[in-house]
Write a protein that binds this ligand. Structure first.
Ligand code: MN
Length: 202
């Protein structure tokens, strides 16, 4: 059986984000959770008209369709997780400069205010989901999505995301989601990735 969607390689070693995110968390989160979404999607679309469809088109085709909820959930979670790994880097965090820094200051008033609003969105997402920095017709804003939902179905361009499903932090932080979120924002966010996404948004 051909596997049309592959698990993308991590952009760094599994221990590269420690101690903010441990190698043990990465081995489960990437090696088990992310991989399972890939395996599940390949099984769900095998022999269907979505079998040879690129991932983003699978997500668009399945979004909002009750009979394709399984396809949507697995496809969107593949996309969201790949985007999350790229939203992080060892030695990241800090305050962005250049066009993305200016856009952050314009939208949120200050870098510190952005940091507070992004952390608040990540901490207050009820249950499983994601916090996102997105470009919306050239203006930056913060959105939250539940479960597998993704801003790419809403015409928004994601710049960065934080996964706040419990599997993202429970091994390292237990119930202290706010500590996980603060450490990710301050030490791991990949502003080069955000800048590249903003430039692509035009
Ligand atoms: Mn996850």
């Amino acid at each position: 059986m051909s596997h049309h969607i592959e698990l993308p390689p991590l952009p760094y070693a599994e221990d590269a984000l420690a101690p903010v995110i441990s190698a043990q968390t990465m081995s489960f989160h990437y090696g088990k959770h992310h991989k399972a979404y890939v395996d599940n999607l390949n099984k769900l679309v095998a022999g269907t008209d979505l079998a040879d469809t690129p991932l983003e088109k699978v997500i668009a085709a399945a979004a909002g369709k009750a009979d394709k909820a399984g396809v949507f959930n697995n496809a969107a979670q593949i996309w969201n997780h790949t985007f999350f790994w790229n939203s992080l880097k060892p030695g990241g965090g800090g305050t962005p400069g250049g066009a993305v820094g200016k856009a952050v200051e314009s939208a949120f008033g200050s870098q510190e205010n952005f940091r507070k609003e992004f952390a608040n969105a990540a901490v207050t997402q009820f249950g499983s989901g994601w916090a996102w920095l997105v470009a919306d017709k050239g203006k930056l804003r913060i959105v939250k999505t539940g479960n597998a939902e993704t801003p790419i179905t809403q015409g928004l361009t994601p710049l960065l995301t934080i996964d706040v499903w419990e599997h993202a932090y429970y091994l390292d932080y237990q119930n202290r989601r706010a500590d996980f979120v603060a450490a990710v924002i301050d030490k791991l966010l990949n502003w080069d990735f955000a800048a590249a996404n903003l430039a692509r948004a035009g």
